[in-house]
Design a protein around this ligand. Sequence first.
Ligand code: ATP
Ligand code: MG
Length: 365
Amino acid sequence: MAKNEIKNIDYMEKEELIKQREPFIERVLIVDDDPMIRDYIKDLFNEFGYNVKTVANGKEAINTLSKEYYPVVVTDLFLPDIKGIQILDFIQEKGGHSVVLIITAYSSADSAIEALRHGAYDYITKPFSSQILLHRVTRAMEKVRMDSIAQSLASRIVYATEEERRRISRDIHDVIGQSLAIIKLTLKALKNKLPQTDDIMSEINGLSAHVEETMEEVSRISKELNPSWVVDVGFSKALRLYLETFSTKTGIQVSSALPDNLSFKDPQFDIHLYRITQEALTNIAKHSDATKIEISLEFRDSHVHFSISDNGKGFDESSDDRKRGLGLIGMRERATILGGRVSIKSFPGQGTTVKMEIPYGKQDS
Ligand SMILES: Nc1ncnc2c1ncn2[C@@H]1O[C@H](COP(=O)(O)OP(=O)(O)OP(=O)(O)O)[C@@H](O)[C@H]1O
Ligand SMILES: [Mg+2]
């Protein structure tokens, strides 16, 4: 962009603009091929307390973003080497954690729209004042700050939930499990002391079998609750065991295409994907009247693609019902913690598909 495309700021506004920002690591990456513009914007932002780095082209920008985190990136759409859109795609691939402001010529509204489709947060048309640029960057920075607060709260809630589940799992195992074991032993001892008549023995054997089944059920529930168990046995094994029980209990047919013995390098993946599946399946059992479920997981383009679809009655995503529960919110939070996203497609009468796309390097298998 040319220097005359930036008008001077009204310095009366400077104090106000500074006040609007809370302390935060405010690093901005500016991508522009004009050295005068780079220096001008750098000085301007430095004056407002931002930590600024400037680069001259798209490849340098991608190189910088692959090594360092910048909450806000300001880039022209037209760069000397690659297209600005490629920077956006690179950021999206990495999980979309930087907010991008696009600078575009007034005449190119279509390219601005294309940029928004590729994940740009906002765009500024030329010519613009330095005041506008500062306002937009301040707003973008605020968005990143609020997102990061929301993200850390969500992570803490999810972490607390897992800790609570671990505690409940231990209590179930230690208290109920032990009591049942004592009942089982007592029944065995009682069997020898009681008159050996057919009806008494049949009652005692029936009771023993019932205790045995309850012990198995308690052990299953305590495992399903315990995040360490999921990590220990690995995602695909834990999920297969869960699916078997789910299918037996609900009568819903489940077909799954999962890699064998899949266990992730990062145990968070095992736990969160397992919990997302549990919630999606519980929803299907509770709300869908489905008879079939298809689950698939594959690694493509350094992402985990995970999908769960049912042939049930579906739901209207815009209806208020959707907002009553916490399950869909929890799924989204867990996917966000892993740096990915969830999309839920459902239409009344046409089933529901929950899809996740989570950036991931190489899986351990
Ligand atoms: N597979 C599905 N088929 C049909 N409706 C669904 C399905 N999944 C979700 N829904 C609808 O979306 C709503 C919201 O789901 P969500 O999991 O957030 O809440 P919930 O299951 O009602 O409650 P919670 O999960 O907090 O126990 C459900 O109440 C239901 O109306
Ligand atoms: Mg639910």
